[in-house]
Structure formats: structure tokens, C-alpha cells
Ligand binder design. Structure first.
Ligand code: KIV
Length: 271
């Protein structure tokens, strides 16, 4: 076991310093070992094992059915591929909403059973006590406000939040409450860029935006979306950095054709 500190490793402190020095934080999601290893090698600062795995890995309409055991299973695979990035784990629906003690116990389970660096949970004022309890135990907590997919049935749609003056006021208040409760960072999802800017300037911890404009301290996207794997999902906040779906389909077409035509494997590919 090494007793030396790895100064390259991203910590809550690195992220705080990034905000202070106005160095943007790049975050992406991962749910498996190979993807996590590639993201880490490519310099991503924060890897989120998001409960978006319910959508893009499991094929569900919502994230609600994702379990704590599933989050732990995926996180164990992800952390094995990561040397530098900070790995954050989404606490799934109903693993913290019941009461602060249960949230605290489940956050502790995630930290004990994976090598993650912290947890993320959705909500503002209503989860503040839980955030406080978890952070006081030394577990870094990332908040998440704006569009919170675990509350989809309350909101009834995935449209932008914080578009009315009253909703904007509540979101700004929620961000300040989460900061007070000890959150080391806050995800702002699908809110107007002007509101994200105001929140970012009003709190001392870094904001990570998704569909929240350019003025957050960092950005996050769901990796299969930005790699063009999730072909049906094309909201305007997702930039496609690759079109892997067409690349994969064409590679697999070629493979199928080669097998059918008895052109794979050839003698060099055989023993
Ligand atoms: O689950 C997830 O991937 C997320 C990001 C969209 C922030 O919460």
C-alpha cells in the first residue's frame, strides 16, 4: 500500500480551486470499466455514475427503478478504470428521500463498498438535513437542482425549470441552502443560462451545468448522448462529439457480411 499522496487525483479541493481560478471543470457519466478508463485517460475531471444508467444502460423511461445495489455494482466497475478523476455516485430514487438517517446509511454503504469519492442527490431545501448529515460524516455530497429526473412524476415533463420569477427565486435559495448544508458542488440541470450565471456567482462552491448555459463552473453530459450512441435523443443542449452509432452499425454490418461470405476468419486469424 502506498502512503504517498497522489497530487494528480481530483478532489473536492481541486474543484474548489478550479472555481477560484476560473478553470472550467469537465464532467461526464460512465457506467462501466472500459468507458471510465477512456474518460479518465482523456482528462475528464469528474466521472458521475449517474442514475441515467436507468435510461441509457437499462432502457427504462425514467430513472425511478434504479436500485442502490445496481448503483454500487456499476460504481465498482467504474472506479477500477479511474486513476485521476473524482468518481461521484448518484443516490437512486428512494435511497435518501425517506429520512436523513436512511440517506446517511445508504451514502455510507456506497462509500464502503465502492472506491468512489462522493455521492450526488437531487433536491434543494427538502434534502438539506440529509446533505448536512452525510457531509458531517466526511462524505462529499454534490447537490442537483433544476430539472431533477427523480421527481418527473411531480413535474410531469422534462421541460426547463426556473423559467418563472418564483421558480428562479426558489432555485437560487435552494442552491444557497445546499451550500450551507455542506454540498461541495451543485449540478444545475436545464435552467435558463442567466439564472445559472446568477447562482454560480452567488455561491462559493462550483456549479456543474447540463443544459444550463456557458457560465457554470463546469459542464456535464451523459456520455452515450455526446458520443452519438443514443440516436433518438437529440435535445439542443447535447453537442454530439462523435456519431458512434453509425460507426458501430457500419462495423457490425461489415462483420455480418464477412461471416456470411465466409471471409472471417481468414488463415492469419486462425490457429
Ligand atoms: O444521472 C445523471 O446522469 C445525471 C446527470 C445528467 C447530471 O444526474
Amino acid at each position: 500500500m502506498s502512503t504517498q499522496t497522489d497530487f494528480r487525483k481530483i478532489t473536492t479541493n481541486t474543484l474548489l480551486l478550479s472555481k477560484k481560478s476560473r478553470t472550467k471543470i469537465a464532467a461526464l457519466t460512465a457506467y462501466d470499466f472500459l468507458t471510465a478508463r477512456l474518460l479518465d485517460k482523456a482528462g475528464v475531471d469528474v466521472i458521475l455514475v449517474g442514475d441515467s444508467l436507468g435510461n441509457v444502460f437499462q432502457g427504462n423511461e425514467t430513472t425511478l427503478s434504479v436500485t442502490l445495489d445496481e448503483m454500487i455494482y456499476h460504481t465498482k466497475a467504474v472506479t477500477k478504470g479511474v486513476d485521476r478523476a473524482m468518481v461521484i455516485v448518484d443516490m437512486p430514487f428512494m435511497s435518501y428521500q425517506t429520512n436523513p438517517d436512511e440517506g446517511f446509511r445508504n451514502a455510507g454503504r456506497i462509500m464502503k463498498e465502492t472506491s468512489a469519492g462522493g455521492v450526488k442527490l437531487e433536491g434543494g431545501e427538502r434534502v438539506a438535513e440529509t446533505v448536512k448529515k452525510i457531509t458531517e460524516a466526511g462524505i462529499p455530497v454534490m447537490g442537483h437542482i433544476g430539472l431533477t429526473p427523480q421527481s418527473i412524476h411531480k413535474f410531469g415533463s422534462y421541460k426547463a425549470r426556473g423559467t418563472s420569477a418564483e421558480e428562479a427565486r426558489i432555485l437560487l435559495k435552494d442552491a444557497k441552502i445546499l451550500e450551507q448544508a455542506g454540498a461541495f458542488s451543485i449540478v444545475l440541470e436545464k435552467i435558463p443560462a442567466s439564472l445559472a450565471k446568477k447562482i454560480t456567482e452567488s455561491i462559493s462552491v462550483p456549479t456543474i451545468g447540463i443544459g444550463a448555459g456557458p457560465n457554470c463552473d463546469g459542464q456535464i453530459l451523459v456520455t452515450p448522448d455526446m458520443l452519438g450512441l443514443n440516436v433518438e435523443f437529440r435535445p439542443r443542449f447535447v453537442r454530439h462529439y462523435a456519431e458512434l452509432a453509425s460507426g458501430i452499425i457500419s462495423a457490425v454490418n461489415n462483420y455480418v457480411e464477412d461471416v456470411k461470405k465466409k471471409q472471417f476468419p481468414n488463415s492469419k486469424e486462425s490457429y
